[in-house]
Structures are given as structure tokens and as C-alpha cells.
Design a protein around this ligand. Sequence first.
Ligand code: ATP
Ligand code: MG
Length: 400
Amino acid sequence: MRKTGTVITQSWLTADGAAEVMAALAAQGGTARFVGGCVRDALAGRAVRDVDIATDQRPETVVALLKAANLKAIPTGIEHGTVTAVAHGRPFEVTTLRVDVETDGRRALVAFTDDWAEDAQRRDFTMNALYCDPDGTVYDPVEGVDDLEARHVRFIGDPYRRIEEDALRILRFFRFHAWYGEGAMNAQGLIACRDRHGDLDRLSVERVRAEMLRLLEAPSPVSTLRIMAEAGVLRQVLPESGALRCLERLVDMGEGDALLRLASLTSRRADVLTGLAGRWKLSTREKVRLRCMAAGEADVPADLSDNEARAQVYWLGPDRFRDLVLLAWAADGEDRRHLAALAERWSAPRFPLKGADLLGQGIPAGERVGALLRTLERQWVEEGFEPSGAELLARIQDID
Ligand code: ATP
Ligand code: MG
């Protein structure tokens, strides 16, 4: 396989268990190389996150080699050739070189091979088919380094065929463009994505959601999303999406949170957000958060007084309040930085009364205790959290 003459000299090649896993895989004369994102990111000068490994050893052998080296081996996707090695508590995905023999647009029937060039062919984009030896020597079988440097995301092989094999590659094409691309997108790839956007319906929501959220987290995803909208791709996976202006503002504000960015693409109607959260099978926590981003949840005009802002923070909690402030700012463009800062800086005092305090005043146990507490709490908040417990208790007689 084509060596580039480039050698990566970074600590992740050996750190945190990487050296042990690579040594274990090569112990019986086999070859193991780092592959994909880690090599790409190292060459692009970006932080390397998860480290994936490719090997010419069969999955059962991979398990045996890891065990022989006293490393943990989890058969994550062993029928597709993937075993997770754990060293120093850190996981490494080890995948046997393979060719995708048959695909139904989602899942592949695979055959293992010992040909590195064949393994490269089944990967999605040229910049994702880069390999490197444990010593950092880089292999570039499909000219991914040139594309990476030109910031050009290019399908390996015919885009139509590659999309037919796995429609998720449509979204990955845009996701990688948003993160690694610059200038015009690859024309052939873009045309194929536009023509085949209907194929996205065949994908599981989990895969779509994961790709879309990663895309939304890109430093500046707006221009990519605009192209996706023009190509009919955005509507296909996110029919709730409308104008991109709010997102554009969120990005300018330096706000990178994916859920906020997602909400900003929609009308922020409560039913729309609830529907989206359900369809994408978000976690309960995320569902609640997204639903609370509805435009009518709280009124947070730019000229909200500090006192009113503190009241909102008290009732909504700082996180929900901050979400609403940022979305309102993104919606009308009026700076609300002071409100967002207040949410972070100010922590709400504790309401000084409990039910027992009212019982102590001779109020009989029952519904009235709760109602009185709520009334007093509201007064306490409206009066800037100032009245003391004793002052509040003195008001009981005046409340019906
Ligand atoms: P990152 O993890 O930073 O998103 P990555 O390149 O590691 O980037 P993964 O989704 O972790 O992306 O996939 C690892 C590698 O597997 C990719 O680099 C690519 O070579 C290959 N790959 C992943 N998904 C696909 C796919 N749908 N079709 C073809 N190849 C794929
Ligand atoms: Mg990865």
C-alpha cells in the first residue's frame, strides 16, 4: 500500500494503552494499523479522540491475541469484524480488514480479507481511508491526504453506488464537509446526495440523529445546512426545519450546543419540539430540555429587569432560563448576554418556609398548607427574595 513519506509523531500512537493493543495484535506476525478519524485528525492538526485500529487478523484471532496479552476483548460487532479492546480502561475498536459483499442500504454482509487496499475501498470518503503504522508511518491508498489538505470531502468510488450501499453516507458527506471541508462541495457527490435524498427514509432514526447532532456541532454548520436544504436533504431528515437565520445568530454568538442549535432550526412550537424529540427517540432528559425550549415557555425580552430575570431563574432553573435567553436572542438579534451571565452567576436562595412552619402557626394539615406556601413563595420571589420567614408567616392571616 502507498506510503506517503509522512510520519506522525504524536503521543496517542503509544499512550493510554495504544502501544499494548498494537503489540498484542502483532504478536503472531499479523499487522495492525491505526485507521480513519485518528489518522485524519492527526494530519489535520486536530485533537485525536477515539482511536480505531484495522488488522489483517480474523476477529476470533483478535480476541485470542488480546486475551493472551491480558487485555480485555469485547465482541462488539464480531460478525462485522469489530472487537473492542480495552487497555488501561480505555476502549479501542479493532476491525478486521473487510469487503462489503452485499448491502441493503443499511447493513452489510461482509467478507474478511488481508488486502489493505480492499479495506480502503469499502470506507466512505478518501480522507477517512488513511492508515498508519504503530511507528506513525502513514499509508494513503486512495489519495485522501491531498483531499484532506484541499479540504475536499470525496466519496471513494461512484457516489451513487456508495449511497445505494448505505444511505447514511449522504449525511456523513455533509457532516464531514461541515467539519473538514472548505469551498465548493464535491459536485458529483452533491448531485448524488440530491438525487438519492429519498433513500434517507430507510435509515434508523438513531443513525440519522447521531449524524445530524454531530453535524450541528460543527463550528460553522450553516453554509453546509443551506446546501442540504437546497438539495432536499435537510427536509427529508428534519421536516421541522425552516429558516437558518436563528442558527446563524447562535453560531455567531459562539453557542455550540447541539440541542439549542436544533431547536433554533424549528418554529419552536411546543407540539413541534415534542414531536421531534419523540421521533428522534431522544433521552428523557433531552426530551424535557427540548420541550422546554418552546417559544412560549417564558417571556425573556432583552430589557427584562434583573429582578424579573432572577425570578425566572428561580422558577425555571438556570439551565432552562439560559436556553430560553439564548434562543430569544438568536430569534430577534437583541443582545441578552447580561441575562445569560446572570443565569450562570446568580444562585437562587432557598425559600425560608416549610409546611411544618405553617402547622406550627396553627394551620391544620391539609390542602390549605400547600396553597399558602405557594402564595407566600410567589410573594417572596416577586419581592426580590427579601422577606424573611418570620415576615412571611406574619402575612398568613391576610391571605384567603
Ligand atoms: P469521528 O469519530 O471523528 O466522527 P471517524 O472517521 O472515526 O470520525 P467513525 O464514524 O468513527 O468516523 O468511523 C470510523 C471509520 O469507519 C471512518 O473513518 C470510515 O473509514 C469508516 N466508516 C464509518 N462509517 C462508515 C460508513 N457509513 N460507510 C463507510 N465507511 C464508514
Ligand atoms: Mg471514530
